[in-house]
Design a protein around this ligand. Structure first.
Ligand SMILES: Nc1ncnc2c1ncn2[C@@H]1O[C@H](COP(=O)(O)OP(=O)(O)OP(=O)(O)O)[C@@H](O)[C@H]1O
Length: 365
């Protein structure tokens, strides 16, 4: 059990990120922290593994004050999964998973064998073990991130927006797989998300935070939907729906897709502006990004393709466009049509500007 007792965090500049939080994350359950941007979700979670120290109050793990446990020992008991997986880029998948057990003195053979088992549990077969993170899709990287967090078999798991950087179909798959895995391993989990649907799907209990790091309500998903504690919770459960539905409309705003230069497998990268070229398959469907500076003038091979980026459709919510832009090494969101064929791209800056415009017009409505 993870317990917050009157926990507050005020940053040196005076920002009150968390204010008098009382919260219990019961053993074997998923407790989700959800709330608007800046409401203190990440700060709350990072205080558990002491990446951030509380200003007041205490946090206990099965009754022991975390402040009394040496930080390294503490972190061995708490797995940590972050957005974009945070894998070591120069180590293979299996070495990423085996790294911490090795550091803790495990033998090479035995830690590798355990890592292979874990990879299989998160849905990756042996062919992925020797690859490097950039040779995996975002969803596959996230699976490795989960396997790595479980490598020391910690009783507690912290997950910060673990499924945000992948496209909606992959996200739903990862969520389903994660629920199946948890039914098996019964870890005590705190998961942070800004997505109320994800919170309601994954959480045994959902804690809704409001600005200033105050707990608005903690309840089961059903209770939250049926009996929101106040207008803020009701509004948050409802209003993010509105925000999510913000469509990307051609001709609207200044968010117009630009032509994206492409490269086909087996051919060299032509003249491009910048470092990254988008690789497309024969049917014109994007397959990933190629680092032109690494390929030089030779023909592009499948091993050159960085698979981490996601695509969005023209009518995807702006949040998905942003996820696509942020997951691409080029910082560009790739837009495809209903058949998955490339339409063009928009930059992360343009997507952010469109989100700001949409929010402003929502506020004015
Ligand atoms: N190191 C810091 N110094 C000062 N203020 C900070 C620091 N880190 C976070 N904050 C502020 O504390 C508040 C809570 O931040 P936190 O990152 O915990 O929120 P969050 O709910 O996780 O936000 P998001 O969903 O946008 O990631 C915000 O107002 C943020 O600007």
């Amino acid at each position: 059990m993870i317990e917050f007792e009157r926990v507050s965090k005020t940053y040196p500049d005076g920002t009150v990120a968390v204010d008098g939080l009382d919260l219990t994350a019961p053993n074997g359950e998923i407790t989700v922290l959800v709330g608007p941007s800046g409401c203190g979700k990440t700060t709350t979670m990072r205080m558990v593994n002491r990446l951030i120290d509380p200003t007041e109050g205490r946090i206990t793990l099965d009754g022991t004050d975390t402040a009394s446990i040496d930080a390294v020992t503490l972190r061995r008991r708490i797995g940590y999964v972050i957005q974009n997986a945070g894998l070591f880029p120069h180590r293979t998948v299996v070495d990423n998973v085996a790294a911490l057990p090795r550091l803790l003195g495990g033998g090479k053979k035995q830690t590798r064998a355990a890592a292979m088992d874990l990879l299989e549990r998160v849905g990756l077969d042996a062919t992925f073990a020797k690859r490097y993170p950039w040779q995996l899709s975002g969803g596959q990287q996230q699976r490795v991130g989960v396997a790595r967090a479980l490598a020391t078999d910690p009783p507690f798991l912290l997950m910060d927006e673990p499924f945000s950087a992948v496209d909606p179909i992959v996200r739903a798959q990862l969520q389903d797989e994660f629920l199946r895995l948890q039914a098996d391993i019964s870890k005590t989990i705190i998961l942070v998300t800004h997505d109320i649907d994800e919170a309601l799907k994954l959480g045994d209990r959902v804690a809704v935070l409001r600005q200033g790091g105050r707990l608005a309500q903690v309840a089961t998903p059903a209770e939250l939907l049926e009996a929101p504690a106040d207008a803020f919770v009701a509004d948050f459960v409802g209003s993010t729906r509105g925000y999510r539905s913000l469509g990307f409309r051609f001709g609207d705003d200044e968010l117009i897709p630009q032509t994206e230069p492409t490269v086909t497998l087996g051919e060299p990268v032509g003249e491009i502006d910048g470092r990254w070229a988008l690789a497309v398959g024969a049917e014109g469907r994007p397959v990933g990004w190629v680092d032109a500076s690494a390929v030089g003038t030779r023909a592009v091979e499948s091993d050159d393709i960085n698979l981490a980026g996601t695509v969005a459709r023209a009518d995807s919510p702006l949040r998905e466009l942003l996820n696509s832009a942020l997951s691409s090494p080029a910082g560009r969101c790739v837009i495809v049509d209903d058949d998955g064929v490339l339409v063009g791209s928009v930059t992360d800056t343009d997507v952010l500007a469109a989100i700001r415009r949409a929010r402003a017009s929502e506020g004015a409505a």
